[in-house]
Design a protein around this ligand. Structure first.
Ligand code: E4P
Length: 215
């Protein structure tokens, strides 16, 4: 299972990458806004740190607009994946780009039917937003399970990228149902290390080690 990091915060990316926990990065307009930095400069910097796929989201609403943006974003690094929202124009863009061998990530998806459409268009990744589904009283992970079943039935190559991850449980469930990738916010990544028995165990070992440590 691949771990992507869901942020445009360079320090957080560097820190997680150095621990071997970052196979790729996802960004979106909200994350770029949060970083408070220039879009191009930020993506170029991320691309120079992480060799894996870096998703950059288009903001046009027309197919031509998305294609023009894709052409520009491709020059920002050699590992750029073009992120495209779920819409008829978006799927037409994915079809064009995938025919040219350009990697795509279909985002803002909430149903297995949308994931099926993305796969038919030739998307490299589909990003179902589990956290936002949970927020409105649905079981986001049920959608991941459905997509896994459908993709396996027909041997679609599109990878399931679990997005809008909010907790270690989301990550665990995504792994249990066989998602290909989870994109994880830095805060959740930090939470993965934590267990009270781990803290207690380390504390006890360090205390006992004092008995035989040379001054
Ligand atoms: C990543 O590709 C998505 O844009 C992101 O995970 C959305 O997360 P959010 O629902 O926490 O904004």
């Amino acid at each position: 299972m691949k771990f992507f990091i869901d942020t445009a915060d360079i320090d957080a990316i560097k820190q997680a990458y150095e621990m071997g926990l970052v196979d790729g990065v996802t960004t979106n307009p909200s994350l770029i806004k949060q970083s408070g930095r220039d879009h191009e400069e930020t993506i170029r910097e991320i691309s120079s740190i992480v060799p894996g796929p870096i998703s950059v989201e288009t903001i046009s609403t027309t197919t031509q607009g998305m294609l023009d943006e894709a052409e520009i974003y491709q020059t920002w690094g050699n590992n750029i994946v073009i992120k495209i929202v779920m819409s008829p124009e978006g799927m037409q863009t994915v079809k064009f780009l995938s025919a040219k061998g350009i990697k795509t990530n279909v985002t803002v998806t909430f149903t297995a039917a949308q994931a099926l459409i993305a796969a038919k268009a030739g998307a490299t990744y589909v990003s179902p937003f589990v956290g936002r589904l949970d927020d409105i009283g649905h079981h986001g992970m049920d959608v991941i399970e459905q997509i896994r079943t459908i993709y396996d039935h027909y041997a679609f190559q599109t990878k399931i990228l679990v997005a809008s991850v909010r907790s270690p449980i989301h990550l665990l469930d995504a792994a249990m149902v066989g998602a290909d990738v989870a994109t994880i916010p830095p805060k959740t990544l930090q939470q993965l290390f934590k267990h009270p028995l781990t803290d207690k165990g380390i504390e006890q070992f360090l205390a006992d080690a004092k008995a035989f440590q040379k001054a």
